[in-house]
Ligand binder design. Structure first.
Ligand code: F6P
Length: 547
């Protein structure tokens, strides 16, 4: 069994939690006018206010001591130097190399990978140029107008989230669509919007064997061949994959295949050619700025002491709540429509990375690890589930993410948006006492008993933690830095829990169980299943016969 909880640093945090658990943050704000400036920091155009957390300076010192005792500095070094930190798959996790400058050298199996990375970036740039200047055309001679990304998981969420976030930077003549789900309703909805003559399909699959993606790609290939009455799909299909042979067998010429390497995890792949839909939309220069923003966050993470280090602080705060207050959830609430899919991206990033109960050494973990990530863009979430944040018995830390006004945003709308985020964070922290609730209920038409009764319902405990991330402008550089911030936050937590954050064996189990079930649905196969699965298979077969 893992011994993290036996460490003196862990036990010091447990004792500290007991001493401060009954304090209300509002009192700390009242007593200390410097609290905001002490617990906030800026990195380029990203400002983090973490003063609305149930922490004191001592909390941060104790958390930093835990990070040091669990060898976080050594582990950060291992990440950046390309050690095989994905121990179960015996490979490094080198997404940081994808955004590092060309002059840097990073080695995998004795080979410097930087020239390969930059050769792929160059190939992307050349391809994008051809699409933009219309030298790349469909079989009937039409320039490309619609791009359809076919992928799932990291090969979908990264492109979807970033294309949506940076819509203001997109070329007007191009439109990007996404097909991830095997449910053909998804595919049919996109087919209604595109013209086969001017559509480019991008098959994004590191393995080129993900069932949903390959099935969708085959259906779309057939659709295109039928629509255009041709077998020549080459100008309409490109692939991003680590399985070149498989993509060639599908019918894609080698020169139209963009490489991704096994040392890039799916949920960390937006920085590779998986980012091609984004690069096509915003142009290669902006894509390079996106990479540079992430690199700048990498530098900060690698070289800044823990109490001033944004990803380390956010990671430690998460651990503080999960392991010492017993929280199970963490909310991502961007008050920004373009950041609508950020929660989905972070959901995969965090939950697929740290949703584990085993250390990298194979020891069972009995404490809670990665949180359930939930969220929604503000103000929508306010009118849906924030009620539980305010008065439910769950303690759910929230990350509020706001940006400065975009050029095309209406000034008064933006002011309301920002005020909404600020007032939610304030309400969570401050709450409302019984006396305050009673005082606001009018005397007229209410007996004292009625007022007392109603006041009880209006009490809001407050003391609910949140971080407030304010990004000056939603630019490619700042978005790159923001995503890298969450990647490193996830890394910090995995490192302290001693988890391998880069495998996903739970997902693999579901994938492996599917083929015999599919076979059973389609044939009268009698493979032994548990009675529930067997009963449901039978139910489906009957349904299918009767429809
Ligand atoms: O969901 C599991 C997973 O392996 C993710 O990690 C990955 O992003 C996704 O499937 C898609 O995989 P591929 O890019 O190989 O199609």
């Amino acid at each position: 069994m893992n011994t993290l909880t036996k460490r003196v640093e862990w036990q010091a945090l447990q004792a500290h939690q007991k001493t401060i658990a009954s304090f209300h943050m509002q009192d700390w704000f009242n007593q200390d006018p410097q609290r905001f400036s002490r617990f906030s920091l800026t990195l380029e155009e990203i400002f983090l206010d973490y003063s609305k957390n149930r922490i004191t300076t001592e909390t941060l010192n104790l958390l930093s001591q835990l990070a040091t005792a669990t060898h976080l500095p050594k582990k950060i070094n291992a990440l950046f130097s390309g050690e095989a930190i994905n121990s179960t798959e015996k490979r490094p996790a080198l997404h940081v190399a994808l955004r590092a400058p060309e002059k840097q050298s990073i080695y995998v199996n004795g080979q410097n990978i930087m020239p390969t990375i930059h050769a792929t970036l160059k190939k992307m740039g050349e391809f994008i140029e051809k699409v933009h200047n219309a030298t790349w055309r469909g079989v009937t001679g039409k320039p490309i107008r619609d791009i359809v990304n076919i992928g799932i998981g990291g090969s979908h969420l990264g492109p979807l989230m970033t294309v949506s976030a940076l819509a203001d930077f997109a070329k007007e003549e191009l439109c990007c669509h996404f097909i991830s789900n095997i449910d053909s309703a998804h595919l049919n909805a996109v087919l209604k919007e595109i013209n086969p003559e001017s559509t480019l399909f991008i098959i994004s699959s590191k393995s080129f064997s993900t069932l949903e993606t390959i099935t969708n790609a085959e259906t779309l290939r057939h659709w295109l061949q039928t629509q255009l009455n041709t077998q020549n799909i080459a100008p309409h299909f490109i692939a991003i994959t680590g399985a070149t042979e498989k993509a060639m067998t599908f019918g894609i010429p080698k020169e139209n295949i963009f490489d991704i390497w096994d040392w890039v995890g799916g949920r960390y792949s937006i920085w590779s050619a998986i980012g091609l839909p984004l690069a096509l939309l915003i142009g290669m220069d902006h894509f390079l700025e996106f990479l540079a923003g992430a690199h700048s966050m990498d530098q900060h993470f690698q070289h800044t002491e823990f109490t001033q280090n944004m990803p380390v602080l956010m990671g430690l705060l998460g651990i503080w709540y999960i392991n010492f207050f017993g929280t199970t959830h963490h909310a991502i609430v961007p008050y920004s429509h373009p950041l609508n899919y950020l929660r989905s991206h972070i959901q995969q990033l965090d939950m697929e990375s740290n949703g584990k109960n085993i250390t990298q050494y194979g020891e069972t973990i009995r404490f809670l690890t990665g949180p359930v990530i939930l969220g929604e863009q503000g103000c929508n979430g306010q009118h849906a589930f924030h009620q539980l944040f305010h008065q439910g018995n769950h303690l759910i830390p929230v990350d509020f993410i706001l940006t400065g006004k975009r050029n095309n945003e209406l000034d008064h709308h933006h002011a309301i948006l920002v005020s909404s985020g600020l007032s939610q964070a304030k309400a969570l922290m401050q709450g409302k006492s019984y006396a305050e609730a009673l005082a606001e209920i009018p005397l007229e038409n209410n007996t004292l008993e009625e007022r007392k009764q109603l006041a009880k319902h209006k009490v809001i405990p407050g003391n609910r933690p949140s971080n407030f991330l304010f990004i000056n402008r939603l630019t490619p550089r700042n978005l790159g830095a923001l995503i890298a911030l969450y990647e490193h936050k996830t890394f910090v937590q995995g490192a302290i829990w001693d988890i391998n954050s880069f495998d996903q064996w739970g997902v693999e189990l579901g994938k492996n169980l599917l083929p015999p079930i599919l076979a059973a649905l389609n044939a009268q196969d009698n493979i032994l299943h548990d009675s529930s699965t067997a009963g449901l298979i039978q139910h489906y077969r009957t349904l299918r016969k009767n429809v």
